[in-house]
Structures are given as structure tokens and as C-alpha cells.
Design a protein around this ligand. Structure first.
Ligand SMILES: NC(=O)c1ccc[n+]([C@@H]2O[C@H](COP(=O)([O-])OP(=O)(O)OC[C@H]3O[C@@H](n4cnc5c(N)ncnc54)[C@H](OP(=O)(O)O)[C@@H]3O)[C@@H](O)[C@H]2O)c1
Length: 395
């Protein structure tokens, strides 16, 4: 059955859904949107890492079948918070994976980082329709993931605002007529900072994104622009064009969420206020559009939209990501894993801001190239890169 047939069969009736990472920035927005039309959705599984109280509150409110907490130490607390309700309770990494395997029409993949890889992969294996917020899993598992998506007939609806924009204007029927994809980037909080200024930036300064209110990890990735590097790799796997046809363009206002240029000179863009509820609702309701409380775009008020080329000198993450994509095999896996370790190190004040990308580059240089065929190959490569990145942190 094709994706469209699957969705057509669902019609406008009740859609069963699971949300992995329901307590995070994307997860909370997803829950808020579901609350607007609860009759359209029946919630199967919700998951979090440690945030017991919010997870329990969401599970009661949405009448979820099961609430899963990844940290096993939180099991007793979750059990207590949900006592007297009909919500099943489970804990541990395996339980999160099992939650992803439970039948549901739709699944939101909104766990941050590689922790979201295996659960998302298991949902792909059961041919689910997946709202994909977790970009790290597609970066890390690349072809292993896309091969499985094809094999199982799973459907991926991107949730990243840029990829949602491209998805909305990309002509999948006439791929040969696509001239290029233009991925926009806000430039992050340090867009106008010199390298000297960036050297002393603190986690608090790096997290303060000018346009978007997001989780901590993606906010740091936006400051280094690794986020755009990860998105370049994500776009390569989501849309059938070569890496050389994906450009990055800095657009500080975050209104034009991305563009697709065609051979006849037409350039189609999707625009909107920087509000994640728009791309989340697009994925949640696809192929229909759902109303959201996102502010209406007022171009007259904004008055000016500006664009500039990216600066790979100040933001080497862009170069590293493109090189990793060109190299293929384990290189994007290593890039992603080393970045997660380095971001954590920066947040714990063990390394400086500029050392984040230095550690990623050193880890890439130190990791022997290999091809990845299975999920287990990906997880091994990820682990190896994490250990290697940690040795650079110690030095
Ligand atoms: N935020 C955005 O606007 C945005 C936009 C585009 C794409 N994305 C992507 O969406 C994903 C989620 O981002 P976010 O900003 O929503 O992150 P976030 O606010 O940090 O939330 C992450 C979620 O994952 C859970 N989690 C963390 N570590 C886990 C683990 N080891 N095992 C299981 N669950 C775990 C967290 O639970 P606790 O709450 O208990 O810690 C939380 O529910 C990321 O891949 C990001 O790149 C986000």
C-alpha cells in the first residue's frame, strides 16, 4: 500500500498516535495541537527521559494507553503519579523502543539526539507514518534508514521547519525539473560575532536563539551552525537530489523557511512566522491542513527580508557536514556522535564554544572510514565516535 493509500484509508476519522519525547519543545507543541481537536486523535504511547510530572500530566490529559520514562530510576515516581489512572507505566530504554513498536497510525519522533534512532527505526520497520523531528537519526543512519523506509513502505513527513517547507513545494513527480534546493538558516545568535568574540561565549549566550524557542541541544547546534550541517544531510536523504544541488542561505528573519528552484527559473518558497506549531501541524494532519494558533504572517509589518551567504570560516561545522556527506559511510555518523559529545562538554563547561567543532573535526580525522549496512553497524560506529571524541575532551 502506498503512503497516500494508507492515509486515504485513515480519512478524516480518528488517527492513533504515539509521541516519543512528548515533554520536549517539539513534544509539548505536538500535545498542545492535539488538545485543540482531541476527537481526531487517540493517543497510544507517550515517552520522556526524566520529566515524570509533565509526562504523567500529559498521559492523564490525553488518556494515553502507556507512558514510558527512559530513565529506569524514575519508574517508581511515574507509577505513583499515575496511580488510579488507566495509563500503563513502563521504564527503560527498551521500553521506549517497545512503545515505538506498538501499533499506531502515526508517530512523532521528537526525542533529541541518537537516543531517538532505534525507536524511530523500529517504527519504520512497522511501516508507520512518522513525523520526523529527530534529525540526528537520519543523519546518523542515512542510507540504512532510507533503505528500511523503502522496504517497509513507511512514510516520513519532515517536521524540521526547513524540510517541511521543501516537502510542501518539492515536485516529487518531476525530480529532474528541480534545479536546486535552498535551505535557509537564521545564522543563530552569533551570526554577527567575530571568532574572537565567539571564543568566550557561554552556554547561556549560545542557547539564546534570536527567533526560535527550542530545546538546549538544537539551540547550541544553531549557534555553531552544525544544525544547518545536520539539516543539509537530512535534506539529502529526504529529497532525491545530489548534495551539490543543496545550497545554504542565511536569512536572519526565519520567515522564508526554505525554497526549491526549478529549471524554468521558478523558485517556490514556503513562508510563515517562526513557530514550530505550523510544521508540526502539517505533519500531524498530512495530507490535510489543521488550523493552528500560530501568529499570522504580516509581511507589511516585517517590511524587509534579507539574505546572505554562509561564512564557513567562522562556522566550520557547515564545511565539516558537507565533507562528511560527500565521504558517506560512517562519516555522518561520526560527525553527529562527536557533535553530541562536544555539545554536552560545552554545556558542562568542560570545553569552550569553538572547541565544539574542533572536537568534531579531530574525531572525523581519527575515525577509519567504513561502510554501514545494518542498524547495528550504525550503533557501533556511533559508539566508537563517542569514545574517540571523549579522548579529545580529556586532552
Ligand atoms: N525544538 C525545535 O523547535 C526543533 C525544531 C526542529 C527540529 N527539532 C529536532 O527535534 C528533536 C527534539 O528537539 P527538542 O528541541 O524538542 O528537544 P528537547 O526540548 O530537549 O526535548 C527532548 C525530548 O527527548 C526526551 N529525551 C531526552 N533524552 C532522552 C533519552 N536518552 N531517551 C529518551 N528520551 C529522551 C526528553 O525528555 P525529558 O523532557 O524528560 O528530558 C524530551 O522529551 C531534536 O532532534 C531536534 O533537532 C527541534
Amino acid at each position: 500500500m502506498t503512503s497516500m493509500q494508507k492515509v486515504t484509508e485513515l480519512g478524516t476519522g480518528n488517527r492513533s498516535i504515539s509521541i516519543l519525547g512528548s515533554t520536549g519543545s517539539v513534544g509539548v507543541n505536538t500535545v498542545d495541537l492535539i488538545k485543540l481537536t482531541p476527537e481526531r486523535f487517540s493517543v497510544k504511547a507517550l515517552s520522556a527521559n526524566r520529566n515524570v510530572s509533565l509526562l504523567a500530566k500529559q498521559a492523564r490529559m490525553l488518556k494515553a494507553e502507556i507512558a514510558v520514562i527512559a530513565d529506569e530510576n524514575c519508574y517508581a515516581d511515574l507509577k505513583r503519579e499515575l496511580s488510579g489512572s488507566r495509563v500503563e507505566v513502563a521504564a527503560g530504554r527498551k521500553a521506549v523502543i517497545e512503545a515505538a513498536m506498538r501499533p499506531s497510525d502515526w508517530l512523532m519522533s521528537a526525542i533529541v539526539g541518537t537516543a531517538g534512532l532505534e525507536p524511530t527505526f523500529r517504527a519504520v520497520e512497522r511501516g508507520a507514518i512518522i513525523g520526523l523531528a529527530n534529525k540526528e537519526c537520519l543523519v546518523s543512519a542515512g542510507k540504512v534508514m532510507t533503505n528500511e523506509i523503502k522496504k517497509q513502505g513507511a512514510t516520513i513527513i519532515p517536521v524540521d521547519s526547513e524540510h517541511s517547507a521543501i516537502f510542501q513545494v518539492f515536485d516529487f513527480e518531476n525530480v529532474d525539473k528541480v534545479n536546486r534546493i535552498i535551505l535557509t538558516a537564521s545564522g543563530g545568535p552569533f551570526r554577527e560575532k567575530s571568532l574572537k568574540e565567539m571564543a568566550t561565549m557561554t552556554p547561556e549566550q549560545a542557547i539564546a536563539h534570536p527567533n526560535w524557542d527550542m530545546g538546549v541541544k538544537i539551540s547550541i547546534d544553531s549557534a555553531t551552525m552544525m544544525n544547518k550541517g545536520l539539516e543539509l544531510i537530512e535534506a539529502f536523504h529526504l529529497f532525491p537530489v545530489g548534495e551539490e544541488k543543496i545550497e545554504i542561505l542565511v536569512h536572519p528573519q526565519s520567515v522564508v523557511h526554505s525554497l526549491v528552484a526549478y529549471v524554468d527559473g521558478s523558485v517556490l518558497a514556503q513562508m510563515g512566522t517562526p513557530d514550530m506549531r505550523t510544521p508540526i501541524s502539517f505533519a500531524l494532519g498530512w495530507p490535510q491542513r489543521l488550523a493552528t494558533p500560530a501568529p499570522v504572517l504580516d509581511l507589511q509589518k516585517i517590511a524587509n527580508l534579507s539574505f546572505e551567504g554562509p561564512d564557513e570560516g567562522r562556522f566550520p561545522a557547515l564545511r565539516l557536514a558537507r565533507e562528511a556527506l560527500r565521504l558517506g559511510g560512517n562519516a555522518p555518523t561520526v560527525l553527529n556522535a562527536a557533535n553530541e559529545i562536544a555539545v554536552e562538554g560545552f554545556l558542562n563547561k568542560k570545553i569552550s564554544f569553538l572547541e565544539i567543532t574542533t572536537i568534531v573535526e579531530n574525531t572525523l580525522e581519527k575515525s577509519p572510514h567504513c561502510e554501514l549496512i545494518t542498524l547495528s553497524d550504525v550503533l557501533d560506529a556511533d559508539l566508537f565516535a563517542r569514545e574517540t571524541a571523549k579522548t579529545f575532551m580529556k586532552n
